[in-house]
Design a protein around this ligand. Structure first.
Ligand code: C5P
Length: 233
């Protein structure tokens, strides 16, 4: 799989999502479905977007005891998505069970499995004060990434600023999926550490996740094309 732009379809309903996706006539962008849309519409939304020809990252960030995660993953495996994810904070045991849940009878994987390291909304200060992790944010991200790799996962969600280091630690083929993307002339919203699509490319991200800079743009298709131009080239 090469570099690509994933659109975070953070919409409240299927209707709003289709209205948005219908704007794309010539391309079928890679779609990220998160908790909001999935909890509102259930598996049917995944099946329909797949049927329309989009690749899908189902971003539900599972984090529970290993057996529960394994069983939940087995259900997600039947949805035929391209990527799904878990929190690396669930530890290696949980991640290995997640891989088992995604493994089909013939031994192949139903989807690529990605780990969330530290959320980009978690600051180093909060992580240290509330989670009582005394390491630096960067060290925990690299350590979680390595745990994910050693548990058989395919990549991590991280900041573009961490993508290069993750590749150094976990290898070039270990995917880095990076949110927190903004155009140089755009609004930051609630994201703190932001990077342009061009900068994310330079830093070595494999996939960028872009939400509001595309979904809230006056011309979403033009904004998507701009992302692709800057990031894929
Ligand atoms: O609108 P925006 O471009 O900020 O959307 C970013 C998307 O990436 C959202 O769907 C958000 O949930 C997701 N995300 C994130 N930071 C993470 C993990 C996921 O922004 N660490």
């Amino acid at each position: 799989m090469g570099k690509d732009v994933m659109i975070a379809c953070d919409f409240e309903s299927a209707e709003k999502t289709y209205e948005f996706l219908d704007k794309f006539k010539d391309v079928k962008p890679f779609v990220k479905i998160g908790m909001e849309l999935f909890y509102a519409e259930g598996p049917a939304i995944v099946k329909e977007i797949k049927k329309r020809g989009h690749k899908i990252f189902l971003d539900l960030k599972l984090h529970d005891i290993p057996n529960t995660v394994k069983k939940a993953m087995a259900v997600l495996a039947s949805l035929d998505v391209d990527f799904c994810n878990v929190h690396a904070a669930g530890t290696s045991e949980m991640m290995k069970y997640a891989v088992e849940g995604l493994t089909k009878a013939d031994g192949s994987r139903a989807a690529k499995l990605i780990a969330v390291t530290q959320l980009t909304s978690t600051s180093e200060e909060r992580m240290q004060k509330e989670l009582l992790i005394s390491e630096s944010l960067e060290n925990t991200v690299m350590s979680y990434a390595l745990n994910a790799k050693n548990s058989g996962l395919d990549g991590v969600v991280c900041s573009p600023l961490e993508a290069g280091k993750v590749h150094e630690v976990c290898g070039k083929d270990f995917f880095t999926i990076t949110p927190g993307i903004r155009f140089a002339d755009g609004e930051k919203g609630d994201q703190v550490r932001v990077t342009t699509p061009a900068k994310a490319k330079e830093l070595g991200s494999d996939y960028i996740v872009v939400g509001r800079p595309i979904t809230a743009a006056a011309d979403p298709v033009a904004a998507y094309n701009r992302c692709v131009e800057e990031f894929v080239g």
